[in-house]
Design a protein around this ligand. Structure first.
Ligand code: SF4
Ligand code: SF4
Length: 272
């Protein structure tokens, strides 16, 4: 099924710049990323719309991008805030924000690559999932974290379906305020979940391998002496790295509580 809107700039307050390296920092907190985006926006927006000016600015801005989460994954210094209110993340070299001049060749890739790239979410998310993420997360920081984590989204939907014993109409959640609010809290755990290892080289499900590339993490059930549970994919996607059975159970309980809150808020089907 085709997606109902472009995932990168879907409107409604959501926007994403993950493949331009938005989150590719050891410190990928909202505050740290906002600082980088403001710095780049302040530098680039006043520039003349020329390749020379953009190349020089990109070179100068790169000196700030020193502590990547995954060093082989590129970071583009031309990603910033593209609206006046600074609530929408996007490409500062795009023709839409430069009076029609395309300056994307000055960034981490080139214009053709930037224009044609689609991340795996384009393939693996379905239309109701995309609509639910957009409606739940009208926010530059959280939307990109979730829309790029298909495993997290599918994991959450799977838990909801297991809890109700059948398919869940995601569009009905979008249309029902209390249910959407509960989904927002569930998805927002990507930012808000407490007790995750601070400073660890972990990004959601991924750790860093010897070459600096992302590598998927697993729960070490033998070490923890704990059997697997249905919440564990979501627990990993949230960035938990439990070192005891109790810590694992605590993270699972958090997920279960949020899933139960969504189930509680699901509207009754209309009577015939
Ligand atoms: S990571 Fe995917 S959704 Fe986000 S900007 Fe890139 S292509 Fe678009
Ligand atoms: S130039 Fe390309 S990589 Fe850089 S911000 Fe723009 S779209 Fe992203």
């Amino acid at each position: 099924m085709a997606l109902p809107f472009h995932l990168c700039q879907p409107g409604g307050g959501a926007s994403c710049g993950a493949c331009c390296g938005l989150y590719n920092f050891r410190d990928h907190s909202r505050a740290a990323l906002a600082r980088a985006l403001h710095r780049r926006t302040d530098t680039i927006r006043p520039l003349p719309k020329t390749a020379e000016a953009f190349q020089a600015a990109a070179k100068s801005l790169r000196r700030w991008d020193k502590d990547p989460m995954f060093p082989p994954v590129r970071l583009c210094p031309l990603l910033g805030f593209v609206n006046e209110e600074r609530t929408q993340v996007g490409c500062l070299a795009h023709p839409f924000v430069n009076d029609g001049t395309d300056l994307r060749d000055c960034g981490a890739y080139n214009s053709n690559t930037c224009q044609s790239f689609e991340c795996p979410s384009f393939l693996w998310l379905n239309a109701p999932q995309a609509r639910l993420i957009r409606a739940a997360l009208p926010d530059w920081y959280r939307y990109g974290l979730v829309v790029t984590d298909v495993e997290f989204v599918r994991g959450c939907v799977k838990l909801l379906e297991a809890a109700v014993g059948g398919p869940v109409d995601l569009d009905a959640l979008v249309a029902h305020g209390p249910a959407l609010e509960a989904v927002r809290a569930l998805f927002s755990l990507k930012e808000t979940a407490p007790g995750r290892p601070g400073g660890a080289v972990i990004f959601g499900r991924f750790a860093r391998d010897d070459l600096g590339e992302p590598t998927p993490r697993l729960v070490d059930y033998d070490f923890l002496g704990s059997p697997a549970a249905p919440e564990d994919d979501v627990v990993l996607c949230l960035g938990y790295d439990p070192r005891s059975a109790a810590a694992l159970e605590e993270a699972r309980a958090l997920v279960r509580r949020h899933v139960a809150a969504v189930v509680e808020a699901i509207p009754e089907p209309a009577a015939d």
